[in-house]
Write a protein that binds this ligand. Structure first.
Ligand code: PEP
Length: 253
């Protein structure tokens, strides 16, 4: 049985104080209301990680996530954060390859391959984002483009290591736009990616990898999306900033 995961990507939102209030609300509400074995990951800004991590410590179904890390171990990279720094404060997951990082910071598949290695080498799990633009979907090349993102950044990993990676399919046209992929579109791409993983690693390994859907997930559409057989949860942006809505999304699994 694959691990069900709902990860909240706070992006560059919330002061530390606001983030701690949100975390307390979530641990209370999700702790009281959710009994479905889902792993809830809070991916906060870097400066919130230590304090949010302390609040999450006694809740085994919660995990701590960062939103990025640098590909080098240390050195003269002003303003950057390394994987060993995140490991040292007990971060569990690191989002890598979010479309905003690809678009605004020029991150490509080769760089992401290096970041994936750093995260795994330091005992954390990447949430590896992939997804096509609207133009690519309209041209019909999404079915080759998205699998190629996995090939180029992940397929150097061996059979055991790939199992630690969580994949998030996030069509760029659905992120922060209020436009969600239909259940059929999500299921089609998730099945395609699982098949692509099976081609490289075999069906048993592919069946064990959690593939999350991301792109305008909210309390109203989560249940149907999560009911798709190859959708193992969600990566949630805007709706993860509201405790009531995020709790309802977690409950939808
Ligand atoms: C995201 O940032 O990963 C995301 C899916 O955002 P939103 O839910 O706001 O579309």
């Amino acid at each position: 049985m694959r691990q069900k995961i709902v990860a909240g990507n706070w992006k560059m939102n919330k002061t530390l104080e606001e983030g701690l209030i949100l975390t307390s609300e979530l641990t209370n509400m999700i702790g009281d209301e959710v009994k479905n074995g889902v792993q809830v990951v809070l991916c906060t800004p870097f400066i919130h990680l230590t304090s949010v991590g302390k609040l999450l410590k006694s809740y085994s179904h919660f995990a701590l996530g960062a939103q990025n890390c640098h590909q080098q171990l240390s050195g003269a990279y002003t303003g950057e954060i390394s994987a060993p720094m995140l490991q040292a404060i007990d971060v569990d997951y690191v989002i890598l390859g979010h479309s905003e990082r690809r678009q605004y910071f020029g991150e490509g598949n080769e760089l992401l391959r290096q970041k994936v290695d750093q995260v795994l080498t330091h005992g954390m799990r990447p949430i590896f984002c992939c997804g096509e633009s609207l133009e690519q979907r309209e041209q019909g090349i999404h079915t080759t483009f998205v699998p190629s993102q996995l090939t180029e950044s992940l397929f150097h990993l061996d059979n055991e290591t790939i199992k630690k990676v969580v994949i998030a399919y996030e069509p760029i046209w659905a992120i922060g736009t209020g436009k969600t992929a239909s259940n059929a579109q999500a299921q089609e791409m998730h099945a395609l990616l699982r098949n692509h993983l099976a081609g490289k690693y075999g069906p048993e390994v592919a069946d064990s990898i959690s593939i999350l859907y991301g792109g305008s997930v909210n309390a109203g559409n989560a249940r149907e999306l999560f009911a798709c057989p190859d959708v193992d949860g969600g990566l949630v942006g805007g709706a993860s900033l509201k405790s009531r809505e995020f709790t309802d999304i977690v409950k939808a699994i």
